[in-house]
Design a protein around this ligand. Sequence first.
Ligand SMILES: [Zn+2]
Length: 494
Amino acid sequence: MTEAGTRIPTRVPEWARKVAEGLGGGPHVVVSGISVSGNIHAGNLREVLVAEAVAEALRERGERVRFIFHADTIDPLRKIAPGIPESYEEFIGHSLSRVPDPEGCHVSYAEHFLAPFEEALREMDMDIEVLRSHELYERGVYTEVTREALDRTEDLRLILQDVTNRKMPGHWSPFSPRSSSGKLTGMRVLEHVPGRTSVVFAGEDGFEEAADYSKGEGKLGWRVELAARWKALGVTFEPFGKDHTTSGGSTETADRMAREVFGYPVPGRYEYEWIGLKGRGDMSSSRGIVLLPKDLLRIMPPDAVRRIILGRDPARRFDLDLGEGFPRFMDEFRAEGGWEHPVPFIHLVTVAQTVGENVDAAAGMLSRGGYERAARNPEELARWLAYARNWAREWAPEGMKIGLLSPEESRELAAGLDDDQRDYLAAVAGEIGPDLDGDGVQDLLYSTAVGRGLKPKRAFAAVYKVLLGKTSGPKAGPFIAGLPPEEVRRRFRL
Ligand SMILES: [Zn+2]
């Protein structure tokens, strides 16, 4: 909490303020760019959230900021991702924006993977413009930088050679024209037509063809495009993952190209580390560990997604724990956000699993358990119950999954109890009533056991057995206080 007791803005972490301090005066253009060649997973979200945090920090200090998500829709399909039919071999080398949707639900392959991600960004209420690279080329946004690149082909080739330490062929071109077959790769540029926005190139069959780069009939190679788009869009900040920032990598190349060829200052940078999923390794769409942003939004609100994905320091590697450690994360998130008396997440999970989708029943259970405040706002409660229920179903360890047994099931399981335990339950049933709150029930369960000379451990085991079919469970007092008393009595009188 701050001095004034207001909520700490979760969207501007301290590290982002520091990064923003290092950037000059505005206006600023903050960019995050991601490939749409496969699922855009929750790990990719880290890049966008790093950019968002810095954009917010700049806005906070009064700068004008344009925040862009650059979707690489014009990029060629390079390989068949998991789950894509083998028949897509024929589209290798074609722009993702011109390859059909493998499932037929969107206008293109690119949109199939971009649309769900864009939807998640909207759901997170992000102030971001989504730009599709094929449209930028078609609208002529990259015409000037493409012309410059073609005119400076030799300089770009030497930089590429120098940085990568690989010999580039003499006919290398910064521009990949699209042939009449639709392919973008493997063409050989012969000439930049003087005074025109077109190139002549040798197509796949060796015949000469022409492509107009002001109309999106081709694209710049990846490293050149990176530097060129900084200039074309006026980029002042872009985060990068460690795969790009290694020595000889794409940022080293683009930095030199920007400075030496395009005459554009290298934008501010932040290097973030990958995130993994606890017990399953790094997230990567090519390795089949696919956790989508919408999977996270099913179990927590947008600001919690920001908090869990960024972690305390996005420059450090971090494993998402969506299992056992998740309830603690949710409690910490709400404590840091200044929530007053939030219901412990694990208790919400218990309630959600007990009442199903019935919000009134949940409100009753929470009030009886001592959480009147949480019961007062049905809309908010419904949202949190959905998070809790989805988490219980999709991520909770077995031990945290519970379901109230039917009276018949209780009776069957009670066969395994001894007489002392059965008499104990009957005694509790006689005392239980609507006037007892969570602590009251907890005391009753305990004192009844002690009074009858029954070890509390065996007493509580009996309670959990007939209610949940388990030997342990959520804290018994608040859980039982939340249930309608007659339902408890039906299961305790055996
Ligand atoms: Zn689709």
